[in-house]
Design a protein around this ligand. Structure first.
Ligand code: MN
Length: 275
């Protein structure tokens, strides 16, 4: 109905009768108008028994993250990295942060730096052939992620033994209960001191490092697959992906997708429209 900006912030009035005061001093503005102020509650952080303690982020810890799960072409890659306390600030200086906020070229450069610093890490590439086989055997992406996160964490833990991290942080991709259920279905048990939080890479340098390693591996694999197929494979799952998929089918037949793409994605069907 009405919107205005004042020195105190902004006022927005809605048809419902609600008036919203926002900005740096909404209280001051609202009082001027004799409004009864109903402060919005601070957003509740989703906590559960696997929420990490604040202290973890500044201690030696392992972090894990994956890449390629939303991309039609290319593998799923999962990495875990161990960052000892004394290397946290150095990694921050290098610009280690969420790989989603970094350009591909920059990611590759930072990945080299992480490795040069001798950060212990483990990386698993789930190639398309195996991914598709697991998917056809009833594995969800959630189960694949679970098993791969579990494996890379185990490998890094072995590498740094007998050193014990303060904890292990997984960039949360499902409810912890689902993670436990998937592990159980493969007769595996969760490691000690495992924590989950969403957007973990924004809190944890170890998860950020893992995300960069996983993303770099995904990018390399995409370059390799483009070379092998002779078709420049786009990332993501948007329209240009469908076009590229149809080019591959035209060139090498529909089976060819099985070695370079996640064939259960809707893109497989959509590609047929271009044939
Ligand atoms: Mn993630």
């Amino acid at each position: 109905m009405f919107a205005a900006r004042t020195d105190n912030g902004s006022i927005t009035a809605y048809k419902t009768g609600k008036v919203l005061f926002q900005g740096h001093s909404p209280d001051v503005e609202a009082k001027k108008w004799g409004a009864t102020v109903q402060k919005s509650k601070p957003k509740k952080e989703i906590t559960h028994e696997y929420s990490p303690p604040e202290s973890l982020f500044t201690s030696s810890h392992i972090g894990s993250d994956e890449a390629g799960t939303g991309d039609f072409f290319g593998p799923m890659t999962v990495a875990a990295a161990y960052v000892p306390e004394e290397k946290i600030s150095k990694l921050k200086e290098l610009g280690v942060r969420d790989s989603k906020n970094l350009k591909d070229d920059k990611i590759k450069v930072i990945a080299k730096e992480i490795i040069r610093l001798g950060i212990p890490y483990s990386l698993i590439v789930l190639h398309n052939k195996k991914y598709n086989r697991l998917q056809q055997n009833g594995w969800t992406q959630g189960k694949m992620k679970t098993i791969l996160h579990h494996q890379v964490i185990a490998k890094v833990s072995e590498k740094i033994a007998p050193e014990q991290p303060a904890g292990i942080l997984i960039d949360q991709f499902s409810e912890p209960s689902s993670y436990l259920r998937h592990l159980k279905s493969e007769t595996k048990e969760i490691q000690k001191n495992v924590y989950f939080i969403t957007k973990a890479e924004s809190y944890s340098i170890a998860v950020a490092a893992a995300s960069i390693i996983a993303r770099t591996s995904f990018l390399h694999q995409m370059d390799k697959l483009s070379e092998q197929t002779g078709v420049l494979l786009p990332k993501g799952a948007a329209k240009k992906v469908d076009q590229a998929a149809s080019n591959i089918i035209k060139k090498d037949g529909p089976e060819a997708l099985g070695t370079c793409a996640k064939t259960h994605f809707a893109n497989t069907k959509k590609a047929e429209a271009y044939l």
